[in-house]
Design a protein around this ligand. Structure first.
Ligand code: ADP
Ligand code: MG
Length: 229
């Protein structure tokens, strides 16, 4: 069940099935650091924070801009409607993918703060217990044939459900202790209508893997399968 908290220019939405005792202070960096709720700071595009709250673990992500526009505005986006904000779109997309049984994090809460024509946003997801990212597994020579096959099967599932991941790279893929793969970080992602988009994301993944030490072109067979779409 989704609950909504509105206060002036702040919009918060959270899943009450996830939190037994939600606090909007979870979006407040000063508060969560003072209370010692930050367990770790992740090295992704931004700085996702691992939080521990009420006996559960979460990830808090602040939406930041990349590339050239980042120089003008680091974390502000043009506001049109709540439904078109990064946070609401990713939150809803995660829920839909979860309903379809795809291996993605569970959406927990989001915050949008508007300011005249712009907004800033954050997203909280439930932590997936994992042994590391695909990036770490390759670098540390921990990938096996079984794991590559499992990755192929996982990617196939996303293809079957028409999911386009706009930033598929080795750090947005994690692996759990039972050899299951999960995809993360669905900002700007959506259901594709053109299969070529999926091919494009596979090539992007391949490029990201080629930069990793100890990578031996194992993804080639998986990419080949999708490259003729
Ligand atoms: N729900 C989650 N469960 C487990 N690990 C996560 C989760 N969300 C993020 N992470 C970890 O944090 C890193 C960065 O998170 P991500 O959502 O990719 O943000 P960004 O890349 O924009 O900084 C990921 O590579 C992953 O290691
Ligand atoms: Mg990422």
């Amino acid at each position: 069940m989704d609950e909504i908290i509105k206060n002036k220019n702040i919009y918060i939405q959270y899943n009450s099935n996830v939190f037994s005792n939600f606090s909007n202070k979870l979006f407040n960096i000063d508060y969560i650091s003072k209370e010692g709720l930050i367990k770790s700071v992740m090295d992704g595009r931004g700085k996702a924070l691992e939080l521990e709250y009420g006996g559960k673990s979460y990830f808090l992500k602040h939406y930041i801009r990349g590339g050239f526009v980042a120089k003008i505005s680091y974390d502000r986006y043009i506001f049109n409607s709540l439904a078109s904000t990064r946070a609401v779109k990713e939150y809803n997309f995660l829920n839909t993918m979860n309903d379809k049984g795809l291996p993605v994090p569970k959406a927990a809460a989001l915050q949008v703060i508007t300011n005249r024509f712009t907004y800033k946003a954050d997203l909280i997801t439930c932590k997936i217990e994992n042994e590391g990212t695909l990036y770490e597994f390759i670098k540390n020579n921990k990938m096996t044939k079984v794991l590559w096959n499992s990755l192929g099967t996982t990617i196939e599932k996303f293809y079957q459900e028409n999911v386009y991941h706009s930033d598929l790279n080795a750090k947005n893929i994690i692996i759990d202790k039972d050899n299951n793969f999960f995809l993360l970080d669905f900002d700007n992602s959506y259901f594709f209508y053109d299969k070529k988009l999926f091919t494009k994301s596979m090539f992007r993944l391949e490029r990201s893997l080629k930069k990793i030490k100890n990578y031996n072109h194992e993804i080639q067979n998986i990419v080949k399968k999708f490259s003729s779409l």
